[in-house]
Design a protein around this ligand. Structure first.
Ligand SMILES: CC(C)[C@H](C(=O)O)[C@@H](O)C(=O)O
Ligand code: SF4
Length: 473
């Protein structure tokens, strides 16, 4: 048999009807994740046609985007940002109740950002097809699942049929050779890759991440990397399952148990790309060369190492971005003043991310005038972080510790910056106005964001991490 890629294997297992010249393939979907923003119209479309949800048992709902990160007031009312936000939440509650779909509701100790809770519950597993009306569904590819975002109309299709019309993407392998330097992590790899291939470089492709530096990442790091595939324009990102994947999933609520577990593990470990399998495109990146990264423009590919200057000649688009960002061509990152820091989002809100930020902030104070908001990715992350006292580190440093949700990543719940402010954010999109009207977003890792909070300027986290390491040993 012809050698196959990981993508080929997972795709082939789910084709119900083969793709033809004039028609996309029909793919079976194993898991459909839904949230309050992109589901109301899809449910409305079903209602209009009198259709039922085909597989409520393969649909899982959570509340994250429009959800307040402040607790309910004394009257028990959640502090919604707007009547629309409240209406979205209530629509999902109603629709899930009507169709028998499990919803991780506002009081559920498992609620969280959709791309954080799927893996946490073990709902996300190797070899599955996973979709959600959300572009960062690529995150789940870290487990060797074929996972991608779909539009609201398609959410309706999947609700009604558990299938999706899909053209087969081309395949690209991004190999990170070499070994990461200390203080450099998955977020830096993602930004370095996007800076290398461009925000459009992955368009039309399913990416597989490979190489020593990828294998060395924790599952959390792999999720961060796959999460940002979409910021390179790719359809999805995938990493072949290995022992780390298996270990991470063992014992999770929805992971198989007993006999079924043994069989599943054997199958999962067979899902790697065969020797000699061909990709439509191959990209090689030397991981040893990567330094902590930050963005300086309004597209995620405008990224450079934090210990240097931003490019001196950014080109025309770069100049327009520079006007908005008020970052001069050739300016050093260390000269850029910071107003606000956001630590959270489906890219970097897991326990390891919070530990990394806390390692920098422990025993330190946030620079006067800088506001720091930390929003854990899920209730599970929140309680784990609190159990090890991370929230106390954040609070003592002068940061705010909030409830889980997308929060300031997209500012749909009212968490936002003020016009003109510069926000260092651990999220994945630095588009104009994403974190509030006129807000200037700089993307970076949790460690870089935390170091920037301390210095009030964009800062290299390595000295802080080195010191934390010394103190720990
Ligand atoms: C609201 C949702 C549709 C959107 C997405 O698709 O990604 C959001 O999660 C984002 O990150 O921009
Ligand atoms: S955290 Fe941000 S990127 Fe992730 S799903 Fe929410 S809004 Fe989208």
């Amino acid at each position: 048999m012809k050698p196959q890629t990981l993508f080929d294997k997972v795709w082939a297992r789910h084709v119900v009807v083969e793709e033809a010249a004039d028609a996309p393939a029909v793919l079976y979907i194993d898991l459909h994740l839904i949230h309050e923003v992109t589901s109301p119209q899809a449910f409305a479309a079903l209602a209009e046609r009198g259709l039922k949800v085909r597989r409520p048992d393969r649909t899982l709902a959570t509340l994250d985007h429009s959800t307040p990160t402040r607790p309910p007031g004394p009257d028990g009312e959640w502090p919604y940002a707007s009547p629309e936000a409240k209406a979205q939440v209530e629509a999902l509650q109603r629709n899930c109740a009507a169709h028998g779909i499990r919803l991780l509701g506002l009081d559920d100790p498992r609620r969280g950002i959709v791309h954080v809770i799927g893996p946490e519950l073990g709902a996300t597993r190797p070899g599955m097809t996973i979709v959600c009306g959300d572009s960062h569904t690529s995150t789940h590819g870290a487990f060797g699942a074929l996972a991608f975002g779909i539009g609201t109309t398609e959410v309706g299709h999947v609700l009604a049929t558990q299938c999706l019309l899909q053209r087969r993407p081309r395949t690209m392998r991004v190999t990170f050779g070499g070994r990461l330097q200390p203080g450099v992590g998955a977020k830096d790899m993602a930004l370095a890759m996007i800076a290398t291939i461009g925000a459009d470089g992955g368009r039309g492709y399913a990416i597989e991440y490979a190489g020593k530096a990828v294998r060395s990442l924790t599952m959390e790091g792999r999720m961060t990397l796959c999460n940002m595939s979409i910021e390179a324009g790719a359809r999805c990102g995938m990493i072949a399952p290995d022992e780390k994947t298996v270990e991470w999933l063992e014992g999770r609520e929805l992971a198989p148990k007993g006999e079924a577990w043994t069989r599943a593990v054997e199958d999962w470990l067979s899902l790697s790309t065969d020797e000699g399998a061909a990709f439509d495109r191959e990209v090689f990146i030397d991981a040893a060369e990567i330094r902590p990264m930050a963005t300086y423009g309004v597209s995620p590919d405008a990224a450079a190492p934090v210990d240097g200057p931003v490019p001196a000649d950014p080109g025309e688009a770069g100049r327009a971005a520079a006007d908005y960002m008020r970052i001069a061509p050739g300016q050093r990152f260390s000269e850029i003043r910071v107003d606000r820091v956001f630590i959270g989002s489906c890219t970097n809100s897991r326990l390891s991310d919070l530990r990394e930020a806390a390692a920098v902030l422990r025993g330190r104070k946030v620079k006067e005038g800088v506001t720091v908001l930390v929003a854990p990715g899920s209730e599970a992350v929140r309680s784990a972080a609190e159990a090890e006292g991370l929230h106390e580190v954040f609070l003592a440093a002068g940061a705010e510790w909030r409830l889980p949700g997308c929060s300031m990543c997209i500012a749909m719940n009212g968490d936002k910056g003020e016009p003109g402010e510069l926000v260092v954010s651990t999220s994945n999109r630095n588009f104009m106005g994403r974190q509030g009207k006129g807000v200037r977003t700089v993307l970076a890792s949790p460690a870089t964001a935390a170091a920037s909070a301390v210095e009030g300027r964009i800062a290299d986290p390595r000295p802080y991490l080195e010191q934390a390491e010394r103190m720990a040993s």
